[in-house]
Design a protein around this ligand. Structure first.
Ligand SMILES: CC(C)(COP(=O)(O)OP(=O)(O)OC[C@H]1O[C@@H](n2cnc3c(N)ncnc32)[C@H](O)[C@@H]1OP(=O)(O)O)[C@@H](O)C(=O)NCCC(=O)NCCS
Length: 146
C-alpha cells in the first residue's frame, strides 16, 4: 500500500542519493531545491514509512508538466510507478489541469512503455534537450488528456 506526502527540504539528501543511483545524468539536490522554491508540486511515495519513489510536477494554467518520476531501482516493474502516476493524474485534475505533458529520452524504453500504457502519445520532439555522453540527446514530448 503506497502513501504519498509532499517532498520537503529534509527529504532532499535521500532523493538526490536515489537520483544518482537511477540516472546517468541525475538531477542535483539543488535542482530539487529549486523546484520546491518555485512551488512546483513534489511528492514522495512511501511504503511502510520508507520512500520508494518520488515525482515533481509543474503546472502552468491548465497543463501539468511531469518533470521527474522515479521508483527505487530494486522496486521497479511491480506497479509502483503506475500507482504514483495515477496519483499525479488525480492531483493535476484537482488543480483543474486538462492535459499532462512530459519529456522522455528516446533511449528510455521503460519510461516510454509506462507512459504509453497510461495513455500518453508522442506529440513532438525537442532537439538537443538532454545532456548525453556525447553531445546532447533529443527529447520525445508526450501528452495525455486528463
Ligand atoms: C519509469 C518508472 C518510474 C516506472 O516505474 P515502475 O514501478 O517500474 O513501473 P510499473 O511497474 O508500474 O510498470 C508499468 C508498466 O510500464 C512498463 N514498464 C515499466 N518498466 C519497464 C521495463 N523495464 N521494460 C519495459 N516496460 C516497462 C510496462 O508496460 C509496465 O507494465 P507491466 O509490468 O504490467 O508490463 C521506473 O522504471 C523508473 O524509476 N525508471 C528510472 C527513472 C526513469 O526513467 N523515469 C522516467 C523518466 S522520463
Amino acid at each position: 500500500m503506497l502513501h504519498y506526502r509532499v517532498m520537503t527540504v529534509d527529504d532532499l539528501d535521500a532523493v538526490a542519493e536515489t537520483e544518482r543511483r537511477v540516472y546517468p545524468f541525475p538531477w542535483t539536490r539543488g535542482n530539487f531545491a529549486d523546484s520546491l522554491a518555485a512551488s512546483h508540486g513534489a511528492w514522495l511515495a512511501l511504503e511502510r514509512g520508507q520512500m520508494i519513489g518520488y515525482a515533481v510536477m509543474m503546472q502552468v494554467l491548465d497543463e501539468a508538466h511531469l518533470l521527474n518520476i522515479t521508483v527505487l531501482p530494486e522496486l521497479q516493474r511491480k506497479g509502483r510507478g503506475s500507482a504514483l502516476l495515477q496519483h499525479l493524474f488525480g492531483l493535476a485534475r484537482m488543480r483543474l489541469a486538462i492535459r499532462m505533458l512530459l519529456e522522455v529520452r528516446p533511449g528510455n524504453i521503460s519510461g516510454q512503455a509506462l507512459y504509453k500504457r497510461h495513455g500518453f502519445v508522442e506529440i513532438g520532439r525537442r532537439r538537443d534537450y538532454y545532456p548525453a555522453h556525447q553531445g546532447r540527446e533529443d527529447a520525445i514530448v508526450m501528452a495525455r488528456e486528463l
